[in-house]
Design a protein around this ligand. Sequence first.
Ligand code: NAD
Length: 292
Amino acid sequence: MSTLKSIGIVGAGQMGSGIAHVIALGGYDVILNDLEQSRLDQALALIEKNMMRQVGKGAVTESEVNAALSRITPSTELSALANVDLAIEAATENEAIKRQVFENLCKHVAPNAYLATNTSSISITRLAASTDRPEKFIGLHFMNPVPLMKLVEIIRGLATDQATYEMATNLATSLDKTIANSEDFPAFIVNRILMPMINEAIYTLYEGVGTVEAIDTAMKLGANHPMGPLELADFIGLDTCLSIMQVLYEGLADTKYRPCPLLVKYVEAGWLGRKTQRGFYDYRNGAPKPTR
Ligand code: NAD
């Protein structure tokens, strides 16, 4: 267990709720923040459902779940994070939004509180520069779904100090996660490798090389991937996939990272994958059906 007691999480989407889940089960107090109460209500319902699924599998007991749920305090106000030891930002993958979150957060949290971001791709050094404490700022990149995925990527910005790095590694270890250290380059390790593969799968669809089903079947059975790349893109969120490709394209200034126009079109349509019930598959009625 680390020395942290109370942890704030900003953004209660797929990742913020998953991070709240593991952190509350890990024995920490959690203040979960989002813009709207409805988002927080959805997040709490999802956390409870997923924890009860773990009870069904014998991974945790019902009394541990009840104790964990009672440790989570939802709030739409950032002022509720005034006493946290660490705030983890898990808001939408958009640099302007994240910078605004950190500027506002710094007005509310104590001067000695640590700050972390769950960004999939954006420069830790640049986000740290939007705060009043770049030395206490770090990238803590959990994987989706957080309760099941073992990895946490840890990314130090240029100014991150050793105490902050140790805080982050102690926290991840206390949550029974395995750490991979990454330097602060666009999309770090996992998404630098994964996202161009997903983007290439979307080009393969765009050029008519294969259908949605053929591409996913090919990669599941031909490369032994547990999910096909288009299914995985829907799972991650197509808006997040596009943002990561844009960060790679702009950050590395190489045309090989050009986001596929079909990915852009799906995001423009608001077909963002599972979270909006439609992406490369339609999830609205029973078994997912390909949308092209
Ligand atoms: P999401 O769309 O499910 O959730 C984002 C949440 O942030 C929403 O609930 C939104 O209301 C909230 N939000 C936006 N602006 C806010 C603000 N100013 N204050 C408070 N809340 C705000 O997205 P997600 O998939 O949970 O991704 C969140 C972050 O985690 C992104 O940085 C993403 O890159 C990263 N991430 C995502 C995955 C994945 O597989 N989806 C994996 C690892 C990391």
